[in-house]
Design a protein around this ligand. Structure first.
Ligand code: ATP
Ligand code: MG
Length: 320
């Protein structure tokens, strides 16, 4: 079992059409056809959206994403147009709302990995490959890979794991040209971001990007990706970096000074949450059917501090 303990009701705002409630973000379309992405304070762990929010998380992650979009703009254009709160929307949307170009999304989760862990580790232990790419012997949980690899996945429904797919499968779905450009752009952006993070004491172990094409006239623009693969070949159009970028929700951030291959690495942001949920104190069984319980105030506080610390370390700006 997994997913929401209780799926939140979307906020009704005149002039905005609610499109989707994701695990963490709420999506709307405005009257101009732009996409309005609002990051909530929801947090997920072990495939569950927890019943307790982390105050300020939505703002921290939105500001971090914006900082990365700007920093990476010389490698790839991004989808953010403006950041104002739409008229009639709650004032607390301030700082966590992005008005974006509505793109024709490419239905591939573009994952780059520089280190072995998670689903990559599971495949490696079975086959000595990740997404079909052969890797050397002797790697363990948390090992740095000889070079970053592109390990695409297809998006799963809420509560299901994304499925890793081979580069050939991506090419089959979106065309060889688009597949090659997804790979090249994903690796270029990851490599740059990982250098920046490393200078600031953070290992960017892996990350996931989503890209789209400009297609203002497309009737489905802005809805979760269309099924028809033939329709998705980019025909040489520029890839646009969409969704969120390089936040702890889309990436694994590890404190560099505590990196030690051969065990699960402490995660920068969710470690307190995971530790508490799996401790006897929570009384929760992550393998069972029951949803996770509310987090204690102390865990909330320390987790919030970690998100703020990640933002401050990376950007060099104090959160205030
Ligand atoms: P999860 O909680 O697992 O991430 P989700 O992906 O369904 O679930 P969100 O990430 O909140 O939930 O939803 C964002 C959705 O918006 C995704 O379907 C994403 O592909 C899409 N999206 C992001 N940017 C754009 C854009 N510029 N144009 C159109 N769709 C976009
Ligand atoms: Mg998503």
């Amino acid at each position: 079992m997994s997913g929401f303990v209780e799926k939140p009701e979307p906020v009704r705002v005149p002039g905005l059409t609610h499109l989707h409630t994701g695990k963490v973000r709420d999506l709307y379309r405005n009257a101009s056809g732009e996409l309005v992405m609002v990051a909530s304070d929801r947090i997920s762990a072990y495939d569950w959206v927890l019943p307790t929010e982390i105050p300020g998380k939505g703002r921290v992650l939105t500001q971090l994403s914006l900082w990365w979009f700007d920093l990476l703009a010389d490698i790839v254009p991004h989808h953010v147009l403006r950041t104002e709160v739409p008229e009639g929307a709650p004032a607390d949307w301030e700082g966590r709302t992005l008005i974006c170009r509505s793109l024709r999304m490419i239905p591939v989760e573009c994952v780059a990995r520089g280190y072995l862990t998670g689903s990559g580790l599971a495949e490696y232990e079975r086959d000595r490959t990740v997404c079909g790419l052969a890797l050397p012997e002797g790697l363990e949980d948390g090992s740095e890979l000889p070079a970053p690899i592109f390990t695409p996945a297809t998006k799963a429904e809420v509560g299901e794991h994304d499925e890793n797919v081979s580069h050939e499968e991506v090419a089959r779905r979106v065309g060889a040209d688009t597949a090659a450009r997804l790979r090249q752009t994903t690796l270029a952006v990851y490599s740059r971001a990982r250098e920046v993070a490393r200078e600031r004491g953070i290992i960017l172990a892996d990350t996931k990007f989503e890209f789209g094409f400009l297609d203002s006239g497309h009737p489905d623009a802005g809805t979760p990706a269309a099924e028809d693969a033939n329709d998705l070949v980019g025909g040489g159009q520029d890839l646009i970096l969409a969704d969120e970028a390089l936040t702890p929700d889309s990436s694994r951030f590890w404190p560099a000074d505590r990196w030690e291959p051969g065990r699960a690495q402490p995660s920068f942001d969710k470690q307190f949450v995971r530790d508490w949920l799996t401790s006897p104190a929570s009384g929760w069984d992550r393998t069972g059917e029951r949803p996770p319980p509310e987090l204690p105030a102390e865990v909330v506080e320390r987790t919030r501090d970690k998100y703020v610390e990640a933002y401050e370390r990376l950007t060099g700006v104090s959160w205030s």
